[in-house]
Design a protein around this ligand. Sequence first.
Ligand code: HEM
Length: 469
Amino acid sequence: MILSRAGWWTVFACLAGLAWIFILHFRSWILSRGKKLPPGNMGWPLIGETFYFMKPHPSTSTGTFLQKNCKLYGKIFSSHVFGQPTIVSCDFDFNMYVLLNEDRLFQSSYPKSVNSILGEFSMLIAVGDAHKRMRSLALNMINTAKKSTGFLNDIEWHALYVFDHWNHQQDIVFSKEAKKFTFNLMVKQLVSLMPGSPQSSQILSDLLTFMDGLVAFPLNIPGTHYSKALKSRSRILSTLKGMIHQRRNGNDVLSGDFLDSLITNTNLSDEEILNLVMDLIFGGYETTSTLIALILKFLTECPKALQQIKSEHEAIKRAKGKDESLTFDDYRQMTFTQNVIDETLRLGNVVKFVHRKTIKDIKFKDYDIPAGWKVLPILSAVHLDSSNYDNPFEFNPWRWQEPTTGKRFIPFGGGARLCPGYEMGRIEAAVFIHHLLLKFRWRMREPDIPMSYPYLDFEKGLCISVERL
Ligand code: HEM
């Protein structure tokens, strides 16, 4: 077959395009010749190993991609994911080195889809002074809330609100109920919305779409998850914006919530306030509900732990008056519950990894890592490593009864970005579990697995049948 002149040009253009893609993909490796990069594999041009890395797997395992690469190359290896040359680390020391050197050697670096959905002022994305300022406001709010008894009462009220809607011998999609609880609680504390109000229901439905978009391919054409997520983000922002205007114009009574405190005590712009509120909803809602769902699953599968935690909560209840609310003293007595929470975070791995990039050339042990490379510290790999924990795949809350100093445990990240809500999440989970244990007996309707997509969700929603006690 003889090609026309136009045909030759088309073939030439295609070959040149392919060569360009090839050069772009391997440029970072070519440029780092002479340096000792961690060993690894760059995968396919353009997509690299992204699909292997993102392949869903049980969150109680590290998944085949990490298993295979750690075996071939060691706990620190090179790859190419999310369109960038990347160092993946399952090594505790390197992960801590990354987390503790934020802004000196490394910086937060989330993929484009996360950036545009969370917004440029989001704390997860902001770096340097902008990050520090937003973070200190968030810490302030969380610490003030945590110290007030009103906070514990709020948690109890919202847990009981969920349980009041459960009937005797009803089938429940538990992960959905746990999400309702943490969402209702969060929007009450932040902007004083009550459960079931039209605004709160609208924000919840938008938030669910918003979460889907975070791991979607960033293609903004109508109908894609990404485009729907961008739309739901704008709807949530416009609802919150309406609230700020009402309060600034005195059309709404100030209710002493977080939004009020940001409006009256700071000089943040509306845009910054909106993003901070969104960060706290986003950071605190799904993580804590996932923790609660995981606790229920692990306890159901371990009758000895279920019996022990139940006895602990019955004893706390016995020592109180009939309708007396929980206090921080009661919370401090939930010692076995804390062991269950730690073990659940370790084995269940609510957050699998965090996103960073190098801002300088790095030397770690024998390896050189060039500036501009993506770095993914895998938190779950540290928790499931048999050199860090005996029988790491076994649910054993009693392991936390031994002295915990030196435990290699990073479910909340670390360093300058250590989760500001880590204690809040634990308190919410403990109070919810307290009332669940005292009010219900349950059985699993079918086996279910927590999957890392990489955000964590139960395949079937964790369906249980409950019986009121
Ligand atoms: C079981 C519950 C939770 C888990 C496992 C968890 C986990 C994490 C992790 C791993 C990070 C670090 C992200 C990074 O380094 O890039 C983080 C950051 C964050 N979390 Fe949590 N979190 C939980 C609960 C909460 C709660 C209840 C709130 C809000 C009240 C919250 C708000 C945040 C915020 C705002 C950040 C960003 C911090 C920063 O960039 O400085 N989290 N969380």
